[in-house]
Structure formats: structure tokens, C-alpha cells
Write a protein that binds this ligand. Structure first.
Ligand code: ATP
Ligand code: MG
Length: 440
């Protein structure tokens, strides 16, 4: 980028210098020509007052000054010329300056001389008696003028070029300074000034940066949590096993301890399953989200499956609504339904009710899972969707929860571009709603 800007600037400078020089030459030469003609015109005006004898005298004098004087009759025949014998000269009636003078009273022309480096300037005027007076002088042509000043021009050009090189270098540096600064301090929170044109770019990068940091933090936290969660059941497995190994347990105790080992092992399995599921949902691998799924049908199947579990908890399950289609991934939706219903059953009360409803409202399909359970205190409501977060650790542990269910739900909702809503009051119950875009 630096090189590009630099080259660009130098190129512009070189073009600028060349164009300026060419234009200046053209302007100067134009001025020079006009000045020449103006001088000739003054000569002619002065000379036209002179008598033929005076004219000859002046003509002789002017020869030294390289001014040529010609007097012609009204038809263009040469009467007098201070350079050549007039008798040898042909009729000049067709020369452009003479023609113009015959017609309009005055005329001018510039003709290249035999040698390329000279031009002759002619000015002719018609006198009161019809005769024509022509004054001419030779001057350097534009080519020889250019030729003679070319060396100085080249010098000036070279100096200008050098200056513009230095300037371009300096300018490029100062142009790029804020960008470089930006790159150096993007992440460290130092306030820096940069071009407002870079604003969107900077915002994107800074957002990405903080996202990456946040992700890293979450991952670290997650790893710490996982380790901790794995440790608890493993410690109890190890403890029970040690008791059996050392023979400290006998008969009935062995059976009880084996039960403990079994439960802890089961818990580990659930945990690992959930972790695998979460990391699957985390990975950018695109699972197909394009299935047309009857959410009502899926919920009904889920409710049926959980009937046994509900019976165990002495909780009533009720399914309501009608067939509604959403676009998404069937397996994920199944998991979402299972997790929500499972919570509604597990965190319910003896003889409680769980009501699942799927219905359509305008462009939305709304899934509602409502329970008459223990509810969630306000201060926990934000956090229950975090990984491993449980309101009452001892209670959910006794029911075997790992605190990953709602984290998975949140993920699945996001993947379906749906919205989640939670309403809960302790002792009364909880309503969780998911709003999907309806599929026709
Ligand atoms: P998992 O679902 O992974 O087996 P879990 O049920 O403990 O474990 P989540 O489903 O994420 O984890 O729920 C987090 C916590 O939120 C639960 O421990 C519980 O305290 C609370 N919670 C979830 N659903 C309800 C509900 N319907 N009523 C009351 N509390 C709930
Ligand atoms: Mg759960």
C-alpha cells in the first residue's frame, strides 16, 4: 500500500511537471508571437507616413536591424524591397498577409524559414492610396527556443522531481501513520485517532477482537467447570471402590456402594453426553436447518415419551395446540423439547401440572412449556441459560441435572433464529416460550 501510494504520488508529480512545462512553453510562445506582431505593426504605422525617399533611407538603416520592408502596389506587384531588387520579385498578391491587407486593411502571417530553426513574421497594411506596406522580421521558431532552454528545463524538472519524491515519501508516511498506529493498538484499549473512513473497519475488527477474547474467557471457564463437574462423581466412585477394595464394606454395604458407583457413573455419562452435544452445536459445521418440521407432532411424541418420567414424579402432562410447521433441524428441535419438558417435570411439585402448547399466531409458531412447579427466583432467571448453572445445586444434583440443558436450548433457539421468553415466579411455576418463524 505504501509503495502504491508513493508511486502514485510520484507519477502524478512527474505528469504535473511535464504538463506544466509544455503548457508554459505554449503560453510563452504565444505571448512572444503577439509581441512580435505588435512591434511589426508599430513599425508599419510609423513607416506609412514616410515618403518613398524617406522609406528607402529607413529601409537601408533597418536592414542592419534585420527588418525587411516591402512596398507593393494595389495589385501586389513589388515596388520596393530593402533586401532584394524589386524587379526580381514576383507578384505578392497571393501571400496571405497581403491578401488580408488588400481585403481588410491589414494582415499578418508567420512562415517557417528555409531552415527549421527560424520563422518569419509578416505584417502588412493598406495605405490610403491603395498601396501596401509590409514589414517582416525573422525570429527563432518554437523549436529552437525549446532547444535552447531545454537544458535549464531539464534541470528544473529534475529538481522538482527530487522535491516531489521527498515530499511523496514524507506524505505517504504521515498518511499511513494512523493506520499503523491503529494496527499496533487495536486490542489494548489505547485511544487513538484515525481516519473517519476507517471507522466501520475499526469497529468490525474491535468487535471481532472482543468476541475472540470473550470466547476465550468462556472456553476457559467452561473447561474449569467441566473439570470440576467431572471430579465430583469420580471422587465418589473412587471412594466407594476403595471401601470395597479394602474390605471395609461387607454384605449389604457392598450393594449400596455399588449403587453409588452406578449412579455416579451414570451422571458422568450424562455429563459427557451433554458436553459432546454442546461442542457439536458450537462447531461451525453446518447442520442442515432446512427440514420442514411439524413442531406440534414432535412435541406430542416428546410428551408421550416423558409420560413414564412424569408418572414417577407424580406430575400431570398435557398437550395442546394444532399442527404447525417450522423450518429447522428435527434432531435439535427434539432435544429442545425434551430439555424443556424434562425441566418442567423435574422442577415441579408433587401432583403438579405440565402443559405443552404449540400454536400459530400470524407469522409465528409459538411453543409454550408451562409448569406449576417450584419456579425460578428473579435473580437467577438471567443465568440459568449459562453452562453448568443451577439454581439449587443440591436439589438438581439429587435429580441428576448437570446444568447444561438450558445452555443447549439457548443454542438451538439461536440456530433457528427463534426467540426465547421466560416468565417464572417462585412457588407458582414457570413459563418458557419459543417463538419460531412459521413455515407455510
Ligand atoms: P440438565 O438439564 O443438564 O440435566 P439441569 O436441569 O440442572 O441439568 P438446566 O436444564 O440448564 O440444567 O437448568 C438449569 C437450572 O435452571 C436448573 O438446575 C434449575 O435450577 C433451573 N430450572 C430450569 N428449568 C426450570 C423449571 N421449569 N422450573 C424451575 N427451575 C428450573
Ligand atoms: Mg434440565
Amino acid at each position: 500500500m505504501k509503495k502504491k501510494i508513493n508511486t502514485g504520488m510520484v507519477l502524478v508529480a512527474v505528469l504535473g511537471i511535464l504538463a506544466t512545462m509544455v503548457m508554459l512553453m505554449a503560453v510563452f510562445y504565444g505571448m512572444f508571437r503577439r509581441q512580435m506582431m505588435a512591434d511589426l505593426r508599430i513599425y508599419a504605422l510609423l513607416l506609412q507616413e514616410e515618403s518613398p525617399e524617406e522609406l528607402m533611407l529607413t529601409g537601408n538603416n533597418m536592414q542592419k536591424e534585420r527588418v525587411r520592408i516591402t512596398m507593393l502596389d494595389a495589385q501586389g506587384g513589388v515596388l520596393y524591397d530593402n533586401r532584394t531588387d524589386s524587379a526580381d520579385m514576383e507578384n505578392h498578391g497571393l501571400r496571405p498577409e497581403i491578401r488580408s491587407a488588400m481585403e481588410d486593411g491589414e494582415g499578418q502571417a508567420i512562415r517557417r524559414s528555409a531552415t527549421l530553426d527560424k520563422s518569419t513574421f509578416y505584417y502588412a497594411v493598406r495605405l490610403a492610396d491603395g498601396r501596401l506596406l509590409r514589414v517582416a522580421t525573422e525570429a527563432e521558431s518554437i523549436f529552437s527556443i525549446v532547444g535552447s532552454i531545454l537544458p535549464s528545463l531539464l534541470w528544473i524538472g529534475a529538481v522538482l522531481l527530487l522535491l516531489s519524491l521527498l515530499l511523496a515519501h514524507h506524505l505517504t508516511d504521515s498518511l499511513l501513520e494512523p493506520v499503523k498506529n491503529l494496527a499496533d493498538h487495536l486490542g489494548d484499549g489505547v485511544e487513538i485517532t484515525y481516519y473517519e473512513e476507517l471507522e466501520p473497519f475499526v469497529r468490525t475488527i474491535q468487535k471481532q477482537h472482543s468476541d475472540i477474547m470473550e470466547n476465550a474467557r468462556l472456553r476457559q471457564e467452561f473447561t474449569a467447570n467441566v473439570t470440576h463437574e467431572l471430579k465430583t462423581p469420580l471422587t465418589s466412585i473412587s471412594g466407594y471402590a476403595e471401601l470395597i477394595e479394602t474390605g471395609m464394606a461387607s454384605g449389604e454395604d457392598v450393594v449400596r456402594f455399588a449403587g453409588g458407583i452406578h449412579q455416579s457413573a451414570q451422571r458422568l455419562l450424562y455429563l459427557i453426553n451433554d458436553i459432546i452435544r454442546l461442542s457439536e452445536l458450537d462447531s461451525p459445521r453446518e447442520e442442515s436447518m432446512t427440514e420442514r418440521v411439524n413442531l406440534y407432532g414432535l412435541a406430542a411424541v416428546c410428551v408421550e415419551m416423558l409420560e413414564v418420567s412424569a408418572g414417577k414424579h407424580n406430575v400431570h402432562l398435557r398437550m395442546e395446540g394444532s399442527t404447525c410447521y417450522v423450518q429447522g433441524n428435527r434432531l435439535m428441535l427434539e432435544e429442545l423439547l425434551y430439555n424443556l419438558c424434562d425441566n418442567a417435570i423435574r422442577y415441579n411439585v408433587e401432583g403438579g401440572l405440565v402443559q405443552v402448547d404449540v400454536h400459530r399466531e400470524q407469522e409465528q409458531v409459538i411453543l409454550t412449556v408451562q409448569d406449576t412447579g417450584i419456579g425460578i427466583p428473579k435473580e437467577h432467571q438471567e443465568r440459568i441459560f449459562e453452562r453448568f448453572y443451577r439454581v439449587d445445586r443440591s436439589r438438581s444434583k439429587s435429580t441428576g441435572g448437570t446444568g447444561l440443558g438450558l445452555a443447549i436450548v439457548k443454542h438451538i433457539v439461536a440456530r433457528h433464529q427463534a426467540q426465547l421468553k421466560l416468565e417464572s415466579s417462585p412457588g407458582k411455576g414457570t413459563v418458557i416460550q419459543v417463538f419460531f418463524e412459521a413455515e407455510t
